[in-house]
Design a protein around this ligand. Structure first.
Ligand SMILES: Nc1ncnc2c1ncn2[C@@H]1O[C@H](COP(=O)(O)OP(=O)(O)O)[C@@H](O)[C@H]1O
Ligand SMILES: [Mg+2]
Length: 364
């Protein structure tokens, strides 16, 4: 963790209300070291854009402080913050050529003509668009326009770049190419980036850390693998990736494992994550790829559940099998398509289990 003094970007107890009544950002704390690529991920309306706008200076915080390089920026106007921005809808000036679009932020910063021309060509080179300098935005495809928007955000060599769903309007393949280009550029140039998306795959693949937003709060802030493997609450577990969930009551806690009695009466093993007492209600969560149906791969004393195979789906690289377990018929397991992998058949009865550490007892 970085403390706020050495952090490059810091939010300290930031709140935001647009109408003086409802808080859309609630007591937000966040600190980022220089050079980090951080993504704000969350459902629509969770407060991501609001946070970005406060950092950029287009909105003011109702309460709390935002610091850039240790200095509060509350009273510094947007154009003096040295921040580059990229939005979903490109926001290129339609009446200007590509070169003029890129030159504009440099003119605002009173940079001389020859230096401007040199910087414009360098920034276009970063996104392989040197040959398009004389075109107008309308003469470019969506992906090309977004490359120009990106290079315009980088042209004045900002230390911090903010991007709000910059790839949202593009098709899947182009999105994946640009995801890769953006992270590469950010890391190569050593730029600190705050990236906003509602797409969890994008967040996991691009980021050093991800802040999961819900209802104006950060629910968890962690590296992608940590977030996926160790979600801290039910919201994060369900928002990131696929999960099987079951409800029950904690029956016994012993150090870092616990026994949960499901509402169906079945007994299972789990890790107590945010439960601490016997008799507490919990929602347990287990990833489809962590479920075993081969008894020899489980610990001797592991609890198992009876399951009926309902559906087997061949997906090429993996098999996806839907089961009826503990009275629910939406329990999913995923297995790798290996030469010796069993293909389960609908109607078959099996026994499933898992390592206690892979099943998380979360808030109910
Ligand atoms: N300019 C505004 N005026 C009033 N309410 C707003 C404004 N912008 C956003 N909101 C409200 O603030 C909440 C958070 O919005 P936003 O930050 O845009 O979320 P996200 O980017 O996560 O979708 C929403 O309830 C939204 O309706
Ligand atoms: Mg938004």
């Amino acid at each position: 963790m970085v403390d706020n003094q050495s952090a490059f970007v810091a939010f300290e107890r930031v709140q935001k209300s647009y109408d003086g009544e409802v808080l859309v950002v609630k007591d937000l704390n966040l600190s980022m070291p220089k050079g980090e690529f951080l993504t704000m991920l969350g459902p629509s309306g969770s407060g991501k854009t609001t946070c970005l706008m406060m950092l950029a200076g287009f909105e003011t915080a109702t309460h709390g402080d935002i610091l850039l390089d240790g200095v509060s920026i509350n009273n510094i106007p947007p154009h003096k913050r040295g921040i580059g921005m990229v939005f979903q809808n490109y926001a290129l000036f339609p009446h200007m050529t590509v070169a003029e679009n890129l030159s504009f932020p440099l003119e605002v910063r009173k940079i001389g003509k020859s230096e401007r021309e040199e910087k414009v060509m360098r920034a276009l080179g970063m996104v392989q668009m040197q040959d398009f300098a004389g075109r107008r935005p309308a003469q470019l495809s969506g992906g090309q326009q977004q490359r120009i928007a990106l290079s315009r955000a980088l042209v004045f060599e900002p230390e911090l770049v903010l991007m709000d769903e910059p790839l949202g309007a593009l098709d899947k393949q182009l999105r994946e190419t640009l995801q890769f280009e953006i992270t590469n550029l950010a890391h190569e140039l050593g730029i600190t980036t705050v990236y906003v998306t509602h797409d969890q795959t994008e967040a996991l693949t691009m980021s050093d850390r991800v802040a999961v937003f819900d209802d104006g709060r950060i629910q968890q802030l962690a590296a992608p693998d940590e977030l996926y493997e160790r979600p801290q609450n039910s919201f994060v577990a369900q928002f990131i990736g696929e999960n099987n969930t079951m409800d029950g009551v904690v029956q016994q806690i012993q150090g870092d494992s616990c026994i949960v009695k499901l509402d169906s009466g079945d007994i299972i093993d789990a890790v107590p994550v945010n439960v601490s007492e016997v008799d507490q209600r919990t929602q347990v969560s287990i990833r489809p790829e962590r479920v075993e149906f081969d008894r020899t791969r489980l610990q001797d004393d592991a609890h198992t559940l009876k399951a009926e195979v309902l559906e087997f789906i061949y997906m090429g690289d993996i098999f996806r099998t839907r089961l009826r377990v503990a009275g629910k018929d939406d329990f999913v397991i995923k297995t790798r398509n290996a030469p010796d992998q069993r293909r389960l058949k609908p109607g078959e009865m099996i026994e499933i289990g898992w390592l206690a550490q892979d099943c998380r007892a979360l808030d109910a």
